[in-house]
Write a protein that binds this ligand. Structure first.
Ligand SMILES: *Cc1c(COP(=O)(O)O)cnc(C)c1O
Length: 414
């Protein structure tokens, strides 16, 4: 009889988004006239930049001509794309990353999970709480955790709480951890990290021989010139960090699929015999074996992000979402709510008023103003008492939702 990977049985059934859908559907059925506005989504809403679309159309034509046709591309991605990324996203910011340290992929979601392939099963792993659920669930699947307790915390993981009390930046752990997941600007809290905060992490990681997984999916939303976009802007990060980037949120590629992972050649970890092994070699081997590259068409689309028009268009796209975030911040504040994030990030993290739990606030918002957000507790126990509002939406939806909240939502609940 075939057997399964029993680790999958430890997974808490995808609870958050199905439960949101269940409550919204029940409400919609009971109130068929309600115009429900969904501000819970983590997906982009605006169309692909023209520059990317035109490049993809041209790429389709290339494939239609036998002299320019492309079959399998390099598993690591085309050199012309990797070089542009190295220059624009890293070297221009003083981060010494070379094109051959960049691996193109079809998503940061898969890469943040797949990266565990090249690490041992005995590492001590730290995640923030609240957290992007992919980091946790992929460790459960890989067998790196025990069972979940009733708060949804898995045995064996080190949870680093991030709340208003620590300004949404995790304290450096007292104990030794081997792998650390950091996400800045953060999903779900919208928090950012200063150079000093990242320096503390890099120093910790180097002193312990740990590896930082740095998820920079939202770096394009950084407007404050003092904030680092890449962990490699910090000295020593080439010796302790892997960075994940994506074209999903800056260029609207959530459905098109293109991302990248940076594995510096100077990064090593220990083999069972105690020798230091270059992680670049392992990731290169892993990708060459299990991955056959991102389509030529999509990589040409991603390349166009670095053209003059492309840069202007993605800037406009990001500014549009940031203006949404600004409207959300302003209106929620004037409705008497305490808000965080949403300045260098597309997420606004709201403190629930009057001691409501995240789910109580969810129900209240749905019932009184027909607006849907995401309960903070769904991202981890320390997210209880918070609520995520996404700026990924049309201007009209944001304005109507905020108008309803300022006009009809009372925080002085009976
Ligand atoms: C959206 C998002 C990504 C990007 O994932 P893709 O698979 O590249 O679309 C990565 N990390 C976080 C935290 C995200 O929210």
């Amino acid at each position: 009889m075939a057997t399964i990977n029993d680790n999958y049985l430890k997974l808490k059934a995808g609870y958050l988004f199905p439960e949101i859908a269940r409550r919204v559907n029940a409400f919609a059925q009971a109130n068929p006239d309600a115009q429900i506005i969904r501000l819970g989504i983590g997906d982009v809403t605006e169309p692909l930049p023209d520059a990317c679309r035109h490049a993809m159309i041209q790429a389709v034509h290339d494939l239609g001509d036998r002299t320019t046709f492309k079959g399998y591309g390099p598993e690591q991605g085309y050199v012309w794309l990797r070089e542009k990324i190295a220059v624009h996203d890293f070297q221009a910011r003083g981060a010494a990353i070379e094109a051959d340290e960049i691996f193109i992929s079809d998503g940061s979601k898969c890469d943040t999970g797949n990266i565990l392939d090249i690490f041992g099963r005995n590492n001590i792993i730290a995640v923030t709480d609240p957290v992007y659920p992919v980091y946790v669930d992929t460790n459960v699947m890989a067998g790196n955790t025990g069972e979940a307790n009733d708060k949804g915390e898995y045995g064996g993981l080190v949870y680093l709480p991030v709340t208003a009390e620590n300004n949404f930046t995790a304290e450096i752990p007292q104990q030794k951890v081997d792998l650390i997941y950091l996400c800045f600007p953060n999903n779900p809290t919208g928090a950012t990290a200063t150079k000093e905060h990242l320096k503390d992490w890099v120093n910790y990681a180097r002193s312990q021989g740990s590896i930082i997984f740095f998820d920079a999916a939202y770096e394009a939303f950084i407007t404050d010139p003092e904030l680092p976009h890449s962990i490699y802007e910090i000295e020593g990060a080439r010796e302790c960090a892997i960075e994940f980037r994506s074209f999903s949120k800056n260029a609207g590629f959530t459905g098109t699929r293109c991302a990248l992972t940076v594995v510096p050649k100077t990064l090593t970890a220990k083999a069972a015999d105690g020798s230091n092994i270059e992680l670049w070699k392992l990731w290169n081997r892993r990708q060459s074996t299990k991955f056959n590259g991102v389509s030529y068409i999509v990589q040409r689309g991603a390349e166009a992000v670095y053209s003059e028009e492309g840069q202007a268009q993605i800037k406009a796209l990001v500014s549009f979402y940031l203006e949404n975030a600004q409207i959300i911040r302003q209106q929620l504040t004037s409705a008497g709510l305490k808000v965080y994030g949403g300045v260098n990030a597309p997420y606004v993290w709201v403190k629930t008023p009057a001691g409501l739990t995240s789910w109580e606030f969810f129900d209240k918002l749905l019932q009184t103003v027909n607006v849907v957000g995401t309960p903070g507790s769904g991202f981890g126990a320390a997210g209880e008492g918070y609520f995520r509002i996404s700026a990924f939406n049309s201007r009209e939806n944001v304005e109507v939702a905020m108008q309803r909240i300022t006009e009809k939502f009372s925080i002085n609940f009976p």
